[in-house]
Design a protein around this ligand. Structure first.
Ligand code: ZN
Length: 79
């Protein structure tokens, strides 16, 4: 199950939520102030591959392999 990162729009507290991909757009209240938080474009999406999930080329965001961080794909550097 992928981990998504959220940033509170009120106090800018950052937190992570483990949730199914079909609920990735659900609202996530800030644990600090319970204000609405926005989902960050998160590198944590790539962790879904460790669950045996499909690696989406969209999730990589940098044209990388999807298993490395954005802009830091060591795999792509070898090509
Ligand atoms: Zn907050």
């Amino acid at each position: 199950m992928p981990i998504y990162e959220y940033t509170c729009t009120s106090c800018e507290h950052r937190f992570e939520r483990l949730r199914p991909m079909d609920r990735m757009d659900d609202e996530a209240p800030c644990p600090e102030c319970e204000a609405e938080a926005e989902r960050s474009l998160s590198v944590f999406v790539s962790f879904s591959s460790f669950d045996g999930g499909v690696i989406s080329p969209v999730a990589g965001g940098g044209g990388g392999c999807g298993g490395c961080g954005p802009g830091g794909c060591a795999c792509a550097a070898n090509f």
